[in-house]
Structures are given as C-alpha cells and as structure tokens.
Design a protein around this ligand. Structure first.
Ligand code: AMP
Length: 206
C-alpha cells in the first residue's frame, strides 16, 4: 500500500501517519522529520533547509523530490509506505507520479480556525518524534522514551501564520489534484485521535 497524507499544519497528520503505518506495516516517511534530522546532524542539506523551515517556507521542490525518491528505494519501503508531508506542491505531486503510483491520498480535514491552537500547544519528542498537546499531556518528558519535550521553532506564533498561508496557496490545490485522479479520501480530523484513526482504517479497508 502506498499512501499520501494531506492536510494543513496542525491537522494531526504525523500522529495519524504513525498509527496507520504501524497498522499496515508500511514505512512512515515524514519529510519534516527527515529535514529536522538533517538540521540536527548539521549536514549540508540541513544547513540549506534550515532557513526555509525557520520562515515557514517550503524547501525547494528539487531538493525534496530527490530526498523522497531516494528514501522510498530503501528496503523498509518495499511493502509500501506512507508519505507524511509530501507532496506539498503540484510540481512535487507530478514528480512523484513519475517515479511511483500511489493508491490513496488521505486528506485530514480540520476547520482553519482550530489550527492555530492545535499547533501552538504542540510539544515534540526530539528522540522518537512523538507529538503531544499541552491540553491533554502536561508532563515535560516523553511517555515513550523519556526525552525532554520541546516546542518546534516553527510552531511558534510568528511562523504559524505563514505556514498556513503557504499551505493554502501551494498545498491545498492537491486536494482537487487527487480528487480528479479518483484517489482522494477525506476524513474529519476535528475529532478525537482514536475516532480519526478508525475513520481512516474503515476507509482504507473498504
Ligand atoms: P512538517 O513537519 O511536515 O510540518 O514540515 C516542516 C517544514 O519542513 C515545512 O514547513 C517545510 O519548511 C519543510 N518541508 C517538509 N516537507 C516539505 C515538502 N514536501 N516540500 C517542501 N518543504 C517541506
């Protein structure tokens, strides 16, 4: 199974992607996590990407397309994969179609006015990538691996507005793009985490 997860920042893509990838035993490929890993490891790619992430802008298409093309050739993607955060532009979607066929694009729909609160309350684990929200989790450390949680720089208020603008302009058109290909499947992301997972599973199994 080859899946794409679409949705605005704060829709819960990462959380759902992790659960779905585990359930179907496919690789979870998050381009945001990959880029943050490159930045943490101070690689040339990380150095080039950092300024884009800090401003809430998209990394250039050519960079991200090469990164994903490479990544899905790894052994763990042999039985399928879930792309979380890619494609984010029509150029990326067309490049993807040139090197693989995806089965479904799952669109996690959340009303725009809910997103800022969801993003600004998010806290991340630097080691295992787990995400929490301050409204439901008040501990300072990760429940899975014990690392100290942090707030992503680009989850701070000054960057969030730009990320939402970039989403609307560059990524939202992918909803129509995959709908026209008959591959889109939209779920209501404004529900509790288990309910959203169940809706995705029900749709995929059907
Ligand atoms: P995310 O963790 O998916 O919210 O991504 C964090 C940031 O990484 C984005 O705001 C972009 O700067 C960059 N990024 C992640 N995926 C892509 C992509 N497919 N194309 C361009 N930039 C990306």
């Amino acid at each position: 199974m080859k899946l794409i997860f679409l949705g605005p920042p704060g829709a819960g893509k990462g959380t759902q992607a992790e659960r779905i990838a585990e359930r179907y035993e496919i690789a979870h490929i998050s381009t945001g996590d990959m880029l943050r890993g490159e930045i943490r490891n101070a690689t040339p790619l990380g150095a080039a990407a950092k300024a884009y992430l800090d401003r809430g802008e998209l990394v250039p298409d050519s960079v991200i397309i090469d990164m994903v093309k490479d990544r899905i050739q790894r052994e763990d993607s042999k039985y399928g994969f879930l792309l979380d955060g890619f494609p984010r532009t029509v150029v990326q979607a067309e490049a993807l179609a040139g090197f693989t066929d995806i089965d479904f694009a799952v669109n996690i729909d959340v009303p725009f006015e809910r997103l800022v609160a969801r993003i600004s309350g998010r806290r991340m684990c630097p080691d295992c990538g787990a995400a929490y929200h301050v409204s439901t989790y008040t501990a300072a450390t990760c429940s899975k691996c014990g690392a100290a949680l942090y707030q992503r720089d680009d989850d701070k208020e000054e960057t969030v507005a730009n990320r939402l603008k970039v989403y609307t302009e560059k990524t939202a058109p992918l909803i129509a793009y995959y709908e026209n290909k008959g591959k889109l499947f939209t779920v209501n992301g404004d529900a509790d985490i288990d309910a959203v997972t169940n809706e995705i599973v029900k749709g995929l199994d059907a």
